[in-house]
Design a protein around this ligand. Structure first.
Ligand SMILES: [Zn+2]
Length: 131
């Protein structure tokens, strides 16, 4: 990939994440937390099952939002590294991340080995193209 291709892929990803965050914030739990929907909800006779569903949705949104935030962080840092000329190098060992991996995940910060260490064996939701 040329630097321009990388940059445009990162830009697209950045925009997608901003959009996703936006729609979560306006349609998800954050809007409710601001009191828009809370008054409406409390006036409705809710069954415990409904409340459970609501809680589940909020937790799901919360973890989605965290995921988006960390992905945005990765994209931002990839753009910074692109400017500094260190793009494509593992942040932990400085070794090459690998063309193939960068093709799949342009915002990758670590080589495969250190990515696994960074995640500490915690299974993240599978993303398309995540190697
Ligand atoms: Zn490494």
């Amino acid at each position: 990939m040329t630097e321009q291709e990388i940059r445009s892929r990162l830009d697209v990803e950045h925009e997608r994440l901003i959009d996703a965050r936006e729609s979560l914030v306006t349609g998800g739990f954050v809007g409710q937390a601001e009191g828009v929907a809370i008054g409406e909800l409390s006036s409705v006779d809710q069954h415990p099952a409904d409340i459970g569903t609501e809680t589940f949705t909020m937790e799901r949104d919360q973890s989605l939002l965290e995921q988006i935030r960390s992905d945005l962080d990765d994209v931002d840092s990839a753009l910074t590294r692109l400017e500094q000329g260190t793009y494509g190098l593992c942040e932990a060992c400085g070794g090459p991340i690998g063309e193939e991996r960068l093709e799949a995940v342009p915002s990758a910060r670590f080589c495969l080995e250190h990515q696994q260490m960074a995640e500490g064996g915690v299974t993240r939701p599978a993303r398309t193209g995540d190697l």
